[in-house]
Write a protein that binds this ligand. Sequence first.
Ligand code: 1QQ
Length: 389
Amino acid sequence: MQFTKPLSTALKTVTTLVLSATLAHSALAADVKLGLAAALTGPAAKYGVAIKNGFTLAADEVNAQGGVNGNKLVLVVADEQGKKEEAINVFKKLIFQDKVLLVFGPTLSNSAFAADPIANASKVVAFGTSNTADGITAMGPFTFRNSVMEADVLPITTKAAVKHFGLKKVAIIYGNDDAFTKSGYDVFKATLAQQNVPVTTTEAYAKGDVDFKAQLTKIKASNPDAIVCSCLTEEAANIILQTRSLGMKQPFIGGNGLNSPKLFEIAKTAGDGTIMGSPWSSENMTPANKAFMAAYKAKFGSDPDQFAAQAYDALHVVAAALKNVKLTANLPADRIALRDALPAVKIDGATGKFAFRKAPAVKGKEVGYDAQQDAIVNIAEGGKFVLLK
Ligand code: 1QQ
């Protein structure tokens, strides 16, 4: 080697080389940042906090076992408050500022319809763990979900409820300004028509309503055998309580939104007899679910719910995909590589056997992936959901 440069310059070159070698090395065994946009405040926090807990538990488990390919998973959590505008802000922060590899969330379908287009435009996976409305994965090829859509769950739930109670006619109540409650309503309406169950009356309410007496009085007058409720948990709990105060004894049939312990914190045993479909049950005694439930209780001091279970499974799905991704520290390429590794993942998790299913085709558009998972039907007894046998 010829020493043509002054010594100080040569030293600088060496230092730079050493530094970049260190950087390249740390890029290989680095932190993998995964964003989580969840409703941690506001009414949807009933779901969002359980979701955050599920993710934290799973990430801690993966990291305790050495991470993924030696990389530590780091969750970057942001509160989207269950609001569309906040979901947009939080997605932008996670994608452009925090530079996460993927974004989990948001909590509500309503917010996903606002925020997921940003992820798709930025070629970053938006992975919903609680979005069950129709059309979520039609938003683009970067939208994935492991939440089972209402369209898959409600026909099974309705059939079981009709048989269990011998229902002849039902009334419907639903929220008409939320993507999830509206989508659940559309599915219930089609399902009831298909199963030849007449609807005595259909009543709607708006987000934030707390008094449902006007709608319930009409439902009472129509004398249904049961009430179908496409509602989020807090509204459902208040509707159930007000139904009882009007002297109505009908059982309820609901979707995914009802599957929260919060329903019973408010409605107590007034909710008994409610039938609801879900991929997850605390009575599902598979080794994976037993381990999940015990670990959750040990860490958070309370029992998990469906939303915690789906979040927990989603982290394990992404960890499984990451095992097959060679991270390069080229963020846009890594984001796409992770997207391409996801569809093949299959796991046996807290919610049972899980696989992805390509979303129904939309003309002229690329679509994402839905959950391929069986739903089970639960009934509320003594203030909690148990398997309907
Ligand atoms: C949705 C839902 C809610 C119940 C989320 C917690 O399923 O908004 O799609």
